[in-house]
Design a protein around this ligand. Structure first.
Ligand code: PHE
Length: 450
C-alpha cells in the first residue's frame, strides 16, 4: 500500500495483486496462529475443537472474507464511510461501522502487549539469559516476566510505537518486508517443527489434534472455535473492507481469498505440531498455557547447538508477523479519524494510537503486575469478549450486508462470476443464509437457548 495523497487522503492502491495478498496474509498470520491457536486448542481438548474451527473457516470464514473484500472495493473508503455510502446513510449500518472500528481498537490494545513479549524474548535469546532454563523453570521465568509492570508497559509502548510509525510512514515498506520475512518465518517454523517431530515423534500430537471426540465439546469451546476462526483470518471487524478498498479492479478476489485462508490455516496447524510434541514428549506442565509459545520452544532451543541464535531469529520473525497484524488493526482507526473527522494523518495516528496505548496499559498490568488489574482480568476479558462476541456479531452483520444490501449486480461483478453460475450462487447462499445461521446457532447454544 502506498502513502495516501493529499491532506485527508485520496484513495491509494496496492502495488500489485501479490502485494495485496501478502498484506492480507500479513494481517491474518500473526499471534493468532502462533500464540493463540495452539494454546486454546490445548485448553479445549484438541480434535473436536479443531473440527469446529475448520468447519467455521470453510462455511463462515471463506465466504465472509470475500464479502468483506467486495464491500471494501465497492465502497472505496474507510469502514464507516463505506457503510455510510453503500447503505445510503442508514443509521444502523453507520453504527455497525463504528462498532467494527471499536472492536479492532480493543483487540489491538491487548495484542500489542503479547507482541511486546516477543521483543523481550528476542533480546534475552541474544543475551543468553534464556539459556539455562529447563522444563521445570521456564514457566516460572515467564510468570515473573509478565508480573513485571515496568517491563510490560515498556514493551507494549515500544510495539505501539513501531506500529504507529509504520502507519505514518506508509505501509508499502511493510509490504516489502512481509514479502521477504513471511517465507523465512515459514521455513523456520518448518525446520523447528521437523526437529520437534524428530526428537519426540508425531503420534500423540496428531491424535490429539485429529481425534474428533465430540464428548469433549462444550458450548464455550464451540463459541471459542468459531470466534477464533474470525480472529485468525482478521475477519468481523472490517480489516478486509479497508484492505479491499485499496484493491485495483483487475485483481481476482476469490483467488486472493483462497490463498489467505490456505496459508493461515496451514501455519496454525504447523504451530501446534511445533509445540505439542515437546509438551507430550517431556511431560511438561502447561498450567500457564497462554505462555506456550514462550515456554515449550525455549526448552527446545536450549537443546540445540547455537540455540540462542535460532531462538532470537524465531522471536524476531514472530514479532514481524505480529507487526503486520498490528498495522492492520490500527489502519481502520486512523483512516476513520482522518477521513471522517478531517484530521491530518499525523494527528489521527497520535490520537488513535494514544487511546489504544492507554487501554493496553491496563492489559499490560493485568498478568500479575497490578493486583487491581489482575483481579479484573482486563486482558483475558477483553480477548474473550472481542474475539468471541465482537467478531462473531460483526461477522454476521457484514455477511448480511454483503448478501442482502449490496445488489446482486454489484457482488457478481466484483467476484467476476455470472449470476447464474454455481460458484456465485454458492457464495450468495453462504452469505445470505448459511454463514449467519451457523454463527447464530453457535451463539444461541452458548446462551443456553436450546
Ligand atoms: N489475524 C491476526 C492473527 O491471527 C490477528 C488479527 C485479528 C488481526 C483481527 C487483525 C484483526 O494474529
Amino acid at each position: 500500500m502506498s502513502k495516501r495523497h493529499g491532506k485527508h487522503g485520496s484513495k491509494q492502491e496496492w502495488s500489485s495483486g501479490i502485494g495485496f495478498i501478502i498484506a492480507c496474509v500479513g494481517s491474518a498470520v500473526g499471534l493468532g496462529n502462533l500464540w493463540k491457536f495452539p494454546y486454546i486448542t490445548y485448553e479445549n481438548g484438541g480434535g473436536a475443537f479443531v473440527f469446529i474451527y475448520l468447519l467455521a473457516i470453510l462455511v463462515v470464514g471463506f465466504p465472509i472474507i470475500l464479502g468483506e473484500m467486495i464491500i471494501g472495493r465497492h465502497g472505496h473508503a474507510n469502514i464507516f464511510g463505506t457503510f455510510k455510502s453503500l447503505s445510503k446513510d442508514h443509521p444502523f449500518w453507520k453504527g455497525l461501522g463504528i462498532f467494527l472500528i471499536s472492536v479492532g481498537a480493543l483487540i489491538l490494545s491487548f495484542y500489542s502487549v503479547v507482541a511486546g513479549w516477543t521483543l523481550e524474548y528476542f533480546i534475552k535469546s541474544l543475551s543468553g539469559e534464556l539459556g539455562g532454563l529447563t522444563v521445570a523453570t521456564v514457566g516460572k521465568h515467564f510468570g515473573s516476566f509478565v508480573g513485571n509492570g515496568w517491563k510490560q508497559v515498556f514493551y507494549h509502548t515500544l510495539f505501539m510505537g513501531f506500529t504507529a510509525f509504520i502507519i505514518l510512514k506508509g505501509t508499502r515498506r511493510i509490504e516489502q518486508a512481509v514479502k521477504i520475512l513471511m517465507p523465512v518465518l515459514f521455513v523456520l517454523i518448518f525446520v523447528i517443527m521437523g526437529i520437534s517431530l524428530y526428537n519426540f515423534g508425531a503420534g500423540q500430537s496428531l491424535s490429539f489434534l485429529f481425534d474428533f471426540d465430540f464428548s469433549k465439546l462444550t458450548s464455550h469451546s464451540v463459541l471459542e472455535a468459531v470466534g477464533h476462526a474470525f480472529f485468525t483470518l482478521s475477519l468481523g471487524m472490517g480489516i478486509m473492507i479497508i484492505y479491499g478498498s485499496y484493491l485495483p479492479k483487475k485483481i481476482h478476489v476469490v483467488r486472493a481469498g483462497l490463498w489467505i485462508v490456505f496459508f493461515d490455516t496451514f501455519i496454525a496447524l504447523m504451530a501446534c505440531m511445533m509445540m505439542y510434541p515437546i509438551i507430550f514428549g517431556t511431560n511438561m506442565e502447561v498450567k500457564e498455557s497462554a505462555a506456550m509459545l514462550f515456554t515449550t520452544l525455549t526448552v527446545q532451543f536450549n537443546a540445540l547447538p547455537g540455540g540462542g541464535f535460532i531462538s532470537a531469529g524465531f522471536y524476531m520473525l514472530v514479532a514481524f508477523a505480529a507487526l503486520s497484524s498490528t498495522i492492520s488493526l490500527l489502519e481502520p482507526v486512523v483512516s476513520y479519524i482522518s477521513e471522517e473527522w478531517r484530521m491530518s494523518r499525523k494527528k489521527a495516528t497520535a490520537l488513535g494510537a494514544g487511546v489504544i496505548w492507554l487501554l493496553g496499559v491496563g492489559c499490560a498490568l493485568s498478568n500479575g503486575a497490578s493486583e487491581f488489574f489482575t483481579k479484573l482480568g482486563v486482558m483475558d476479558k477483553l480477548d474473550y469478549f472481542t474475539s468471541n462476541w465482537g467478531l462473531t456479531v460483526g461477522g454476521i452483520l457484514i455477511s448480511i450486508f454483503a448478501g442482502w444490501i449490496l445488489t446482486k449486480q454489484a457482488t457478481s461483478s466484483e467476484l467476476e462470476y455470472e449470476q447464474s453460475s454455481l460458484s456465485y450462487r454458492g457464495w450468495l447462499f453462504c452469505v445470505r443464509y448459511l454463514s449467519p445461521l451457523f454463527v447464530l446457532i453457535v451463539i444461541l447454544y452458548k446462551l443456553n437457548l436450546f
